[in-house]
Design a protein around this ligand. Structure first.
Ligand code: GLC
Length: 562
């Protein structure tokens, strides 16, 4: 089903705008892993506050930070199981710490985006406790309770339908007290709310207002397209043989229901009531086309098309074309290469050509991330070329990884959540030297950290800082249109961003060897001059014959001068 609630008028191209939701860069912080101020080995809000200089104009110069959930939580899904949406988890600090962080961030020109987990709550949330205890009470119908579909041969209650949990097994868990099943898209400790009960969206919007009142600049909506399920709990049709049970059915009835459109409109009216706010929805399943159908002014949608590609010009070229086609010239995409759910892109993409190229790939990927059309989202640590850590199965913390097995293949998300290395000292300046960090530091933290890279002009960090400054100085990169440019080499991609007649050309060599390529650009009306790129020393300029020589994994940003 294709839903379209797009509020953007075709005659008002968003590419003309200069609003931060579009032109800015967002930096994702996984609060447990950014910086610890107390010495308990877990990151916290004062820790983030102490490192704002890394993010502000004297450092990377990002426009906003998005904090993964900071609310009280039993931590079964590390904060994505919320037990109180309106408060701060004491492991991260207090509400006063949060307000201080917002104030300090704003003084540095950094906006603050919170992660809203509204599809489900923790099973310890007072709403669920009340719902479980009293079917006839005020919260009785706040979750998805259903009677069993009869009994199996051994007399056990059968789940109401075939809906699954993304974290393995049936999505239905039997509750002895109510003698009913409840539904959970994720863990049994994360029961899904009943969005068809008007009290549920009402309560969520009240919570949203509370955070807006505290000065929050926007929200990331966790798995927003699963809020509504089919009213009659119709079974999903099969999708054929796939590795993951989840993928063996088409998620027609447990996602993307038409009622979602109305709620999103209400939500956006609420947020738009405070000018300058933005939101971004995490699309759960579905590609660029579904993502584009939900995108609107001040409302971005993550699609993970680019994030799921291997490192090759062909794969990236196809993904970029697909996103451009799906979003068209009017809607505004996001650009994401890493987040807290997927292997970090420095190690993931280097897998194709060898880990010895990790830094070079990280720099070339940074050029792509910061020059495609769309709002870039950086994931903490990627500015260092940080790789995944290996966590032994017996030590896994990520809940689905602990349940993984032959019938439920799963990657361990601990890998991409290791503590941020700040310095070359013991515990990398993340926490007190003697403390035990909640996850191991990366094995190369002593040499791959903010302090060491800040002192090295050729580091991944120095490259990110330079590229972000270049992006700020070239409007076409922030707000321009996009068009692919021909390149007669299979390892090279090229594109032009254009705004108000100013053009910026980007050329990327995906190969770990030198290439020479002829570009399909016009050179008659001016010369292409190098503005920035992966390498400090400029390579040869683009010749009048439109030929350019690129070094291994080199990416070059050029502007045209008449
Ligand atoms: C989203 C989050 C993920 C979490 C899940 C359940 O996909 O990004 O980390 O486990 O939702 O809330």
């Amino acid at each position: 089903m294709t839903l379209d609630h797009n509020a953007v008028r075709a005659d008002q191209p968003v590419t003309a705008g200069d609003d931060w939701w579009q032109t800015g860069v967002v930096y994702q912080i996984y609060p447990r892993s950014f910086a610890d101020s107390t010495g308990d080995g877990v990151g916290d809000l004062p820790g983030i506050m102490a490192h704002l200089d890394h993010l502000g104009r004297d450092g990377l110069g990002v426009d906003a930070i998005w904090l993964s959930p900071i609310y009280p939580s039993p931590g079964r899904d590390l904060g994505y199981d919320v037990s109180d949406h309106g408060a701060v988890d004491p492991i991260f600090g207090s509400m006063a710490d949060f307000e201080a962080l917002v104030g300090a961030a704003h003084r540095q020109g950094i906006r603050v985006i919170l992660d809203l987990v509204m599809n489900h709550t923790s099973d310890r949330h007072p709403w669920f406790r009340a719902s479980r205890a009293d079917p006839a009470g005020p919260y009785g119908d706040w979750y998805l309770w259903r009677d069993p579909a009869g009994r199996d041969r051994r007399g056990r209650p059968r789940p109401p339908n075939n809906w699954l949990s993304f974290f393995g097994g049936s999505g239905w868990t039997w509750d002895e007290g109510r003698r009913q099943f409840y539904f959970h898209t994720f863990l049994a400790e994360q029961p899904d709310l009943n969005w068809r009960n008007p009290a549920v969206p009402g309560a969520q919007l009240g919570m949203v207002r509370g955070w807006l009142d505290r000065g929050v600049d926007g929200f990331r909506l966790d798995v927003f397209n699963t809020f509504f399920k089919h009213a009659d709990f119709v079974a999903n049709p099969g999708a054929g043989l796939r590795r993951q049970a989840w993928d063996r059915q088409r998620h027609v009835y447990d996602q993307n229901q038409p009622e979602l459109v109305e709620f999103l409109a209400r939500f956006r009216t609420e947020v738009d009531g405070r000018p300058g706010r933005m939101t971004v929805g995490e699309l759960f399943g579905g590609g660029a086309e579904t993502a584009a159908s939900f995108a609107a002014d001040r409302h971005l949608i993550f699609d993970f098309v680019l994030l799921e590609r291997p490192w090759s010009a062909a794969a990236f070229g196809t993904a970029i074309e697909r996103v451009e086609r799906a979003f068209g010239p009017v809607r505004w995409p996001t650009v994401v290469l890493s987040n807290h759910d997927r292997p970090r892109h420095a190690s993931r993409l280097a897998r194709e050509i060898g880990q010895e190229h990790r830094d070079a790939v990280a720099k070339a990927a940074a050029v792509i991330l910061l020059t495609l059309r769309g709002t870039p989202f950086l994931y903490y640590g990627e500015e260092l070329g940080l790789g995944d850590i290996a966590v032994r199965r017996a030590e896994a913390i990520d809940p689905p990884a602990r349940r993984a097995g032959l019938f439920f293949p799963w990657w361990n998300r601990d890998g991409c959540r290791s503590p941020m290395p700040w310095t070359g000292t013991p515990n990398a300046g993340f926490t007190a030297p003697g403390a035990r960090t909640w996850l191991p530091l990366a094995p190369d933290a002593a040499t791959r950290n903010v302090a060491s890279q800040a002192a090295d002009r050729e580091s991944v960090l120095a490259t990110y800082r330079r590229l972000l400054a270049t992006r700020r100085s070239l409007r076409p990169l922030r707000a321009g249109t996009f068009r692919r440019v021909g390149a007669d080499h299979r390892d090279v991609l090229a594109w032009i961003r254009e705004a108000a007649g100013e053009e910026v050309l980007v050329v990327v060599n995906f190969a770990p060897r030198p290439v020479a390529v002829t570009l399909g650009v016009e050179v008659g009306s001016g010369t292409w001059l190098r503005a920035d790129g992966t390498h400090l020393e400029p390579g040869p300029p683009i010749g009048p014959d439109r030929r350019v020589a690129l070094r291994p994994l080199e990416a070059v940003i050029s502007t045209r001068r008449g």
